[in-house]
Every structure is written in structure tokens, then in C-alpha cells.
Design a protein around this ligand. Structure first.
Ligand SMILES: Nc1nc2c(ncn2[C@@H]2O[C@H](COP(=O)(O)OP(=O)(O)O)[C@@H](O)[C@H]2O)c(=O)[nH]1
Ligand SMILES: [Mg+2]
Length: 282
């Protein structure tokens, strides 16, 4: 499966990250809870080795709750604070602030001993489509509108005040997934982090059905009556079309329509709340 990417953007985004890194106390990494491994940038650990980190498993509303809990335990075992998150729900703002403040606590306290009142500065990073902008918007919400309303506020302002002791960089740091790994490429395509027009939708949807049949076969059969573990892989999209009555005027099954429906319904959480990846054992 061929997936396009953009080295130019990557270089620029990486430089932007490096330049801002020295200003930052806490790095908030957003990953997609449905694929925490594939949506994590492999360079992340090296890049932010000496920063406090908070990992948010975002879009937890679309993932399997118990697997999300396994991932959180996995991170915690490594001393990394992790939490499930739903950036589209503004009531999550408070818990995010607590997590960031907790991560920066040591630094704040050591500065206070020196008599310095420390403002914690945090930056949001992650690969495309994990919810970075949505997250910054709910965090900044009111603060952003307020500053924007006053005339003369500098354009291109970088920091948004979240609380008296917390500021958030208003542009997210863009990271890139490890496209060379075929499973990673597939998983980020399933969840919609790569534009569909650069890939073969029918092949992608077929691969998705094969994957889902391994994890949640009953949910797949419930949604698409003609699809089950015995269905031949080459007939999967026809079986979806048969289930839904997607027939073209010539009597053929409309497999492209099946592909779009399967991708859409999966991404909307309609087939099941599925996590594609489990944490490594130990
Ligand atoms: N279901 C769900 N959708 C989300 C969540 N967070 C973000 N989204 C959606 O995911 C898409 C990408 O979000 P965006 O903030 O633009 O991602 P970015 O590329 O990382 O900045 C948008 O359609 C958001 O509405 C979440 O927690 N749950
Ligand atoms: Mg964005």
C-alpha cells in the first residue's frame, strides 16, 4: 500500500519544534487511543528525553475502554503520566490542567525555593489528525477569544494563558508517523490520519475488514449481515454491498460504495469501539 508523505513539511515542523523546545517545561503528546503505537512518533522519546511528558490517549470515546486502561498502565509502568482523553468534550479541560501541573510540580517547587514564581509552559505535539487543534481550542477557549477581541493584540502571539501559572503554546508541534512500517501505515490510514485520496479505498477497506474480523468478528457480522469469518477476503466488499443492497444499474455490487461506508462507519465508531493495538507485554 503506497502512502504519500511530505519531507518538506517534516523538516520545517521539526525545526519549529527544536527552536521552541528550550522554552518548554512540559510536552503534551497526543496519540489516538485506537492506535497508540502507530500514532506515536518514533523519535519522540529521544527528542523530548529531558522534558516532563504527559501522554493523552485522545479519541478515547472511539476506543475500547479496557485496552485504553492497559495502555495507561503500560505508560505508568515506565514512569510516564498517561490519561485517556476526549478533546471534543470541554469538561475534560480541568483534568488536563491537573495533569500538566502535576508533571511540572518538581520544577515549580524548586524554583519557588529560590524565590521565583514559575509559569509552566507546555506544548502540544502529535502526528496529524490526533486532535491537537481541538485540544488547544478547548484549553485556550475563553482566553483566546478574550485576547482576540482587544484591538492591538499582537498577531502571531505564541502563548495562551490557561491559568495563573500555566501557559500553552498556541501552535501545535507536528510529528510524523513511521510510514515505512506497513502495519503503522495501515492503522493510521484506517483511523483517517492520511488523506483517503492518496490511497486505494477499496484495498484499505478490505484490509480494515480483515483486521476487524480478527478483533471484533461479532460486531462486524452484526453490522454487515453477509460478512463473517468464513467470507473469502476477495469477496468482503461484495458481501458488504449485498448486506446493504449496494447494487449498480448493471446488477453488479457497488464495492466502492461499500469501501467508503466501511471506512466511515469504522471511523465514526459505529462498527464497535475498537483499539487496533495492544501494549507490548512487560
Ligand atoms: N470522536 C472524537 N473526535 C475527535 C476528538 N478529538 C478530535 N476529534 C476530531 O478529530 C479530527 C481532527 O482533529 P484536529 O484537532 O484537527 O487534529 P490535529 O490535526 O491534530 O490538529 C476533527 O474532526 C476533530 O473533531 C475526540 O476526542 N473524539
Ligand atoms: Mg491541527
Amino acid at each position: 500500500m503506497q502512502i504519500q508523505w511530505y519531507p518538506g513539511h517534516m523538516t520545517k515542523a521539526k525545526r519549529m519544534l527544536a527552536e521552541n523546545l528550550k522554552l518548554i517545561d512540559v510536552v503534551i503528546e497526543l496519540v489516538d487511543a485506537r492506535a497508540p503505537r502507530s500514532t506515536k512518533n518514533p523519535d519522540f522519546s529521544d527528542m523530548f528525553a529531558n522534558k516532563k511528558r504527559v501522554v493523552l490517549l485522545n479519541k478515547a470515546d472511539l476506543a475500547n475502554k479496557s485496552v485504553t486502561a492497559d495502555w495507561i498502565r503500560y505508560y505508568k509502568a515506565q514512569g510516564i503520566y498517561a490519561s485517556e482523553f476526549v478533546a471534543t468534550k470541554s469538561n475534560k479541560r480541568k483534568s488536563a490542567i491537573q495533569a500538566i501541573e502535576e508533571a511540572a510540580k518538581e520544577k515549580v517547587e524548586s524554583m519557588r525555593k529560590k524565590g521565583v514564581f514559575k509559569t509552566v509552559r507546555a506544548m502540544v505535539v502529535g502526528i496529524p489528525n490526533v486532535g491537537k487543534s481541538t485540544f488547544i481550542n478547548i484549553m485556550a477557549g475563553a482566553a483566546r477569544t478574550q485576547t482576540g477581541d482587544r484591538p492591538g493584540v499582537t498577531q502571531g502571539k505564541q502563548w495562551v494563558k490557561i491559568t495563573n501559572q500555566l501557559e500553552l503554546m498556541d501552535t501545535p508541534g507536528l510529528l510524523w508517523p513511521k510510514f515505512e512500517d506497513e502495519t503503522v501505515a495501515k492503522h493510521i490510514s484506517f483511523i483517517g490520519s492520511v488523506r483517503d485520496d492518496v490511497i486505494d479505498r477499496e484495498e484499505l477497506a478490505k484490509q480494515l475488514l480483515i483486521t476487524l474480523l480478527k478483533i471484533v468478528p461479532e460486531s462486524v457480522s452484526e453490522r454487515y449481515k453477509e460478512v463473517n469469518l468464513e467470507t473469502s477476503h476477495d469477496y468482503l466488499l461484495e458481501a458488504v454491498a449485498k448486506s446493504r443492497g449496494f447494487v449498480l444499474s448493471g446488477g453488479e455490487y457497488d464495492t466502492l460504495r461499500s469501501a467508503k461506508i466501511v471506512l466511515d462507519e469504522f471511523r465514526g465508531g459505529k462498527i464497535a469501539k475498537v483499539t487496533l493495538e495492544t501494549p507490548p507485554k512487560d
